[in-house]
Design a protein around this ligand. Sequence first.
Ligand code: MN3
Length: 205
Amino acid sequence: MHYPFALPALPYSYDSLEPHIDALTMQIHHTKHHQAYIDNLNKAVEGYSALYSVDLGELLIGLDDLPADIKTAVRNHGGGHMNHTFFWQLMQPHGSRAHGAIADAITKSFGSFDAFQQQFNDASKKVFGSGWAWLCLDTQKKLRIITTSNQDSPIMQGLMPIMGLDVWEHAYYLKYQNRRPDYITAWWNVLNWERIEQNYVTLLD
Ligand code: MN3
């Protein structure tokens, strides 16, 4: 992904994650929130032609090398574009169950899938304010659960995301209001574990 950045189409319809994630939330999240990150990212990069061909991941990893006046905008809006593009792909109607290499790795790392789910949920609930919970692969190829604030991406701290959960209020407030834990519980019903496993396996190479 590089400039000019554009909104990716969802691989499913807005209402197809019902009842777990409601259609209006999906529509506003995709067409308003995600689009706004893209618009603001394009506005920030516009005029810096040396950056036009640079991949978004490289921009985020190399934030310190960016012109000072666009660093914060690229961090927030570039992170927002990166994270949401990733997030949409993790979901599908009629979610699947973890299996194969990723399920084995999770069991090995966390003791059991239930223990992993518990840890991931706890991390998601504890994010103060706006942010994300992530399952990442570190440089030693070990699985780690982390959280990030605002729209920071794990790649900004050298970790590769395998799955991630948006716990900004805009991701759940219309349906769940202040009940973030209910949103977190519901989200597990719409996961695309084939995609998550693919994210994992690709990183092992
Ligand atoms: Mn969001």
